[in-house]
Write a protein that binds this ligand. Structure first.
Ligand SMILES: [Zn+2]
Length: 362
């Protein structure tokens, strides 16, 4: 299934971005991107391999715009795969393998491009599916998956930072038939040779991993508005975000640390839980930097006034993920080192910057 080495740039002019498969991928990408249970903000990415070129979602862009905007970046596949196999730092951001003449907006490829390059199938879809993440954060994730994904060619990949470390961990576990990857503390990848097959596989896997979220009491909006008075905090954009605080089992899970990379990147390390009687100003006063969100147990969530759409999406994601984790589950949190390497990552800073540039990317 792997395309022969050496095609790369020479084949560029035969690439047809108007092909039916390409159009279908854009359409699938947009519908996936519009489902907050699959993709939040600029997270998730899709790709298609055509004539030696890997077309991948651009870093910082939103999948939900895939139908209307040009968000796919062309990358020469063979040299990128070569860089990955040689563990070259150039594979990390993949920027040097983009095909400039087909990339007028000079977009950068997704930071997860290496994942797509490694898989031999023509179509790869990567999502931050909350059903998957809620299992992939548990210490016994592999055993839980075993029961649900029996019969599929799946592999579990323990958490590694997205980029080269994750690519290497995937390479170690990939078998020729593998077309489903569950990434520890991260998400789901499905791969197929047509868009239709990839869409069906995604639907099948997410269906097998689905569970009922734990019901949460409604937020106490009056109390939250009182707690926000005189501070730089406000109600979140989505009412669904409150559940992480109004459901105390969820709040306890969130209180113990960071569960997946995009949480750290858009909301910071872990979650700030307000103490009894603390309002937003008092909670912030005991932290070094004002957090993007504050959880008020039993009452709901407040967001910093300048929180962008990406942070809003991640606030809701946290509620959706932890509502699907059993209160008694053993949870793997990102370590201090894992949190730090996410925050110091140049490629991620670029993505945050694009995201904070705001509304045009939504
Ligand atoms: Zn991801």
């Amino acid at each position: 299934m792997r395309e022969p080495a050496g095609e790369g740039r020479l084949m560029v002019h035969s690439v047809d971005t108007g092909s039916t498969e390409f159009r279908m991928l854009r359409s699938l990408s947009a519908s996936i991107g519009a489902d907050p249970l699959l993709v939040q903000g600029a997270g998730g990415n899709t790709s298609i391999k055509q004539a030696g070129v890997l077309w991948i979602k651009a870093s910082g862009t939103w999948l939900k715009n895939a139908r209307d905007d040009e968000i796919m970046v062309p990358v020469a596949l063979a040299p990128l795969r070569d860089a990955v196999s040689h563990r070259s730092p150039a594979a990390e951001a993949a920027g040097q393998f983009t095909l400039a003449d087909l990339n007028p907006r000079q977009l950068r490829p997704s930071i997860e491009t290496t994942v797509h390059a490694l898989l031999p199938q023509k179509i790869v879809v990567h999502v931050h599916c909350v059903e998957t993440i809620s299992i992939a954060v548990q210490a016994n994730a592999e055993a839980l998956l075993e029961g649900r994904l029996r019969g599929l060619d799946w592999a579990f990949v323990p958490y590694r930072r997205p980029g080269l470390p994750l690519a290497q961990a995937i390479a170690e576990r990939l078998k020729p038939a593998t077309n489903v990857l569950v990434l520890g503390n991260h998400g789901l990848v499905v791969a197929a040779d047509t868009v239709a097959e990839a869409a069906l596989l995604l639907q099948r896997v997410t269906g097998l991993l689905a569970r009922q979220p734990r019901p949460a009491p409604p937020p106490d909006l009056d109390a939250l508005l009182r707690l926000a008075a005189g501070s730089d905090y406000r109600l979140p954009a989505s009412a669904a975000a409150h559940a992480v605080a109004t459901d105390l089992a969820s709040c306890r899970i969130a209180a113990s640390g960071s569960l997946y990379p995009d949480h750290v990147i858009f909301l910071g390390v872990g979650s700030l839980i307000a103490g009894p009687g603390e309002d937003a100003a008092a909670a912030v006063a005991r932290t070094a930097a004002a957090p993007t969100s504050i959880l008020f147990p039993g009452k709901g969530v407040l967001m910093r006034r300048d929180a962008n759409a990406g942070a809003e999406a991640m606030a809701r994601c946290l509620a959706d993920v932890v509502a699907r984790v059993d209160g008694a589950a053993r949870v793997n949190y990102l370590s201090r080192e894992e949190n730090a390497e996410l925050l110091n990552w140049d490629a991620e800073k670029y993505r945050q910057q694009l995201n904070s540039e705001g509304a045009t990317l939504q």
